[in-house]
Design a protein around this ligand. Sequence first.
Ligand code: NAP
Length: 367
Amino acid sequence: MEKKITVGVLGATGMVGQRYIYLLKNHPWFEVTYVAASPRSAGKTYEQAVESRWLIGSDIPEGVKDLIVQDANDVSAAKGKCQFVFSALEMEKDAIKSLEASYAAADIPVVSNASAHRWTDDVPMLIPEINAEHLDIIAKQKEHNGWNKGFIAVKPNCSIQSYMTPVFALQQAGYPVKRMIVTTLQATSGAGYPGVPSFDMIDNIVPYIGGEEEKTEKEGLKILGKVNGDKIENASGPLVSAHCNRVPVVDGHTACVSLEFDLPKEKKPSLEKIEEIWQNFKALPQKISLPSAPVQPIIIRHEINRPQPRRDRENDKGMAVTIGRLRECHVFDIRFVALSHNTKRGAALGGILNAELIKAQGFFDNL
Ligand code: NAP
């Protein structure tokens, strides 16, 4: 059996970090050997550090509970303890940016959930079903920074996961999208732990999530962009107008989407054609059978009242996008509702899928 790659989790005690710890239990390629968080947790066993705030409905994995939590700001502590790290840190953006770069400089690749490097020109922002080829920029990234084995790859925001793959599938099939109006209904787990105060959340909807509308409107452009020389160049569209709302749901971000194609009327796809494209969509992660890839990335439900977070968020390990209510739009062309699991596809398992793609493409070969 091939020896597993040793992994560290930065921010291991947080909402996303805990998901990493749980989801990496028994992973076929990766093994958690290092955990780090804030100085508040450093020096405690992992079990002590998460004592009253372990949020997963299952015990802490045996191999991790006795690991001593290190200070994530001390890069030297990770040297020799793990071959790459997942970053699930919640700190000031510039602090995360320079800390992740320090890990990369110390020959420890970083697969990040944080937004700090999403707009760094030579850092790929990956959804493996859409832009696996953006990994080509890593050679340039290493060259620009003088890094040897280290590099940074990031995951986009959880709010866009439910509709980006469906939009990409349509574009790839020859149906370019011009404009979209997206209204998200985002779960409380998206705000980390303890997150939004219960008084604001119970019996309520909060129609504002700081920075989220900007991310929802812009990140897709980089993901749909192309590697050009030294950088990833953004796509020119689609144009997105977003309303992001926090709703009293534990896990699962929903997006209500109205979409207009960039095509003359006679060339626009029928609803049947759109369903066929989504049903049949498969990409590299499915073709090379990455362990965390969903078998079918887009699942369509025909019931009038689906998708629903409680019923559909766990579809295919929490990695499939579930779509329902596909219908014509009287203002744009079509409307639909899309759902994805924000702490699985949108965070930890999405990060693990990124790392699996990176490994499968040979970028961990020399660690
Ligand atoms: P969280 O629950 O607040 O956890 C934050 C983690 O960062 C904890 O482990 C915390 O350690 C650590 N930390 C805080 N301050 C630190 C410091 N000064 N030095 C070192 N470590 C520090 O946050 P989260 O929801 O898991 O989010 C983690 C990251 O993932 C964020 O960048 C977030 O934007 C991103 N993300 C989250 C989601 C989601 O659905 N939640 C989705 C996509 C992306 P202590 O426990 O010791 O304080």
